[in-house]
Design a protein around this ligand. Structure first.
Ligand code: CMP
Length: 140
């Protein structure tokens, strides 16, 4: 298996409840390394651009409103099979379907306020990492 990098976002519901440390512990306990991290308050244009792939979905407007409702923490996670591993650690998008022990099962409030975002493929990970970070900000 190859060492990969994936983009993670701790969402406004997680920063609001001061859960960033507890969530980061889940990544680190599972063997992922946080090789870049920054706290941001996204503008509507930034959140809209990040989620442009969902533009036609009925939840897009609410998603952008939620993602701009408070600070987020954008991160690059690195490790063996990091894209798939992070998705396992996060659990299903809808916390009602998330497995026990996953971040979304333990912390998510709803399908929208689901605490974390993680890239869904290696290709999207590269695009999403580049959206938030320049090469010099990622320290492996
Ligand atoms: P995320 O992995 O950040 O990608 C898109 C987000 O849209 C998703 O997590 C959810 O938080 C949010 N969302 C809101 N409603 C839905 C829905 N019905 N189906 C999928 N994603 C949704």
């Amino acid at each position: 298996m190859a060492v990969e990098r994936t983009l993670s976002i701790l969402k406004p519901d997680a920063t609001r409840r001061n859960l960033t440390g507890k969530i980061n512990a889940k990544f680190e306990e599972a063997g992922l390394r946080i090789v870049a991290q920054k706290r941001l308050h996204l503008s509507e244009a930034q959140a809209g651009a990040f989620y442009a792939v969902h533009k036609e979905r009925p939840f897009y407007k609410d998603l952008v409103a939620f993602m701009t409702s408070g600070p987020v923490v954008a991160q690059v996670l690195e490790g063996e099979n990091a894209v798939a591993k992070n998705r396992e650690i996060m659990g299903a998008t809808n916390p009602a379907n998330a497995a026990p022990g996953t971040i979304r099962k333990e912390f998510a409030e709803s399908i929208e306020a689901n605490s974390v975002h993680g890239s869904d493929s290696a290709e999207n990970a590269a695009t999403e990492v580049a959206f938030f970070f320049s090469g010099i900000e990622i320290v492996g």
